[in-house]
Design a protein. Structure first.
Length: 391
């Protein structure tokens, strides 16, 4: 029975030159801003200069936290939180991709916490209060621009953990697809895989009554399948970049999960790979997804894969169910390969050494998944299947 509360609070300004709203939007929430960004892509593209110009023209004071790493570190969060506390920051503006936005979100929460912000990630302390944040997105992937989640890494403990709070949803996000023209092909591929994985995590479910959500999810998958390869080959194709960008936001903002039991097992597994080997999130997802699909395919789940194969990949619905399901999984893998994404753990420098520890880490809070529940032994088998050369 469908039963849910709709609440997607982020205001979205979508399209070319929407940055013109930046000054007025920031002023709605604060007057002393922490500008958070990454390793320099926004300086190269000229976006940094434009943001600074707008803030200066609007007489908005700001400080900067630069150098936020991909797989953002807790050390950057700590640095940002100190800056906020010492300078009475009242608004955080994240300009960049998912890592920058996630870092900004946890800084925003840490501003109101006296202890170590890592406590939020380990669930030692709940997030109570959060500074308002806004984002200017530069890469279509995580959906962090419109969701309440953040994922932070701790290199000292080999942990990559997620947290969430409703107030960590950005107040506004400026989504100008032209800012993603400079994203390199490899990140475009990883981003597309990340968006698709978010859709899979919501799509494959035991809840059968959320018909509309499932059809929307299929439309989003088809959008990635159509436009991912175009953006990969033609980085300045506005139509492709725009469709990917909007799909990234809608895939994880709640729209397609309302009223559904969701999955989120591939993400739990991938975060272990990133925690130990600092790999790109979307690369790990693309690699693991087909192995996970094969592993969970059984009499209980086959109908879900048939629906996926027929509705998303256009496979003929006549014929053996398992043949259709396996073909859909093969097409998924082939799609990722066509975007230059790897299929074996060895290709990204991962061998057997930490598989068992990572499998345990993936289920640290209990079994993962719902469509088919996975324990540490299952996760280890999935990791192992991604190591061998013939599966
Ligand atoms: O640091 P800069 O110089 O900006 O370069 C970045 C970085 O090297 C570069 N980049 C970004 N925009 C660019 C660009 N290069 C050229 N032109 C542009 N326009 O891309 C590299 C990767 O950036 P990153 O922020 O790490 O990418 P992504 O957006 O994929 O974020 C990944 C992080 O988000 C987490 C992941 O686990 C990972 O830590 N996730 C966050 C989620 C959320 N908040 O809801 C959900 C996701 O499932 C995911 O777990
Ligand atoms: Zn993801």
């Amino acid at each position: 029975m469908l039963n849910f509360n709709y609440d997607i609070p982020t205001k979205v300004f979508f399209g070319k030159d929407q940055i013109s709203v930046l000054g007025e939007q920031v002023k709605k929430y604060g007057s002393k801003v922490l500008l958070v960004y990454g390793g320099g892509s926004i300086k190269k593209s000229g976006l940094y200069d434009r943001v600074v110009e707008i803030l200066n023209n609007a007489n908005i004071q700001f400080l900067e936290l630069s150098g936020v790493e991909p797989n953002p570190r807790i050390t950057s969060v700590r640095k940002g939180a100190e800056l906020c506390k010492e300078n009475n920051i009242d608004f955080i503006l994240a300009v960049g991709a998912g890592s920058v936005i996630d870092c900004a979100k946890v800084i925003a929460a840490a501003n109101y916490y006296d202890g170590d912000p890592w406590d939020f990630l380990t669930r030692k302390a709940p997030i109570q209060k959060v500074l308002p944040i806004g984002t200017i997105l530069t890469l279509a992937a995580t959906g962090s621009e419109m969701d309440p989640f953040a994922v932070i890494s701790n290199l000292d403990t080999n942990e990559k953990l997620a947290t969430a709070h409703p107030d960590m949803s950005p107040k506004f996000s400026i989504l100008d697809p032209t800012y993603t023209f400079t994203v390199p092909a490899s990140q475009t591929a990883a981003g597309t895989a990340d968006i698709m994985s978010h859709i899979y995590e919501n799509y494959f479910s035991n809840t059968k009554s959320a018909y509309l959500q499932s059809r929307m999810a299929e439309a989003m998958l088809k959008t990635c399948i159509k436009y991912g390869p175009i953006a990969y080959k033609e980085p300045e194709n506005y139509e492709a970049r725009a469709n990917l960008m909007w799909t990234s936001s809608l895939a994880i903002n709640g729209l397609i999960s309302y009223g559904k039991e969701t999955e989120w097992s591939v993400h739990a597994m991938e975060h272990e790979l990133s925690a130990f080997y600092d790999i790109t999130h979307g690369v790990g997802l693309a690699l693991l997804t087909p192995y996970w699909m094969k592993y969970i395919l059984n009499d209980d789940t086959v109908d879900g894969f048939v629906e996926y194969g027929v509705n998303v990949w256009g496979i003929d619905s006549e014929g053996d169910k398992f043949e259709i399901a396996n073909k859909a999984i093969d097409m998924t893998r082939e799609f990722f390969v066509s975007l230059g994404l790897p299929t074996k753990l060895q290709e990204i420098g991962i061998d057997r050494e930490n598989l068992e520890t990572m499998a345990k880490g993936a289920v640290r809070y209990g079994e993962i998944g719902n469509f088919r529940k996975l324990n540490a032994e299952d996760v280890l088998k999935i990791f192992e299947s991604a190591l061998s050369s013939d599966s």
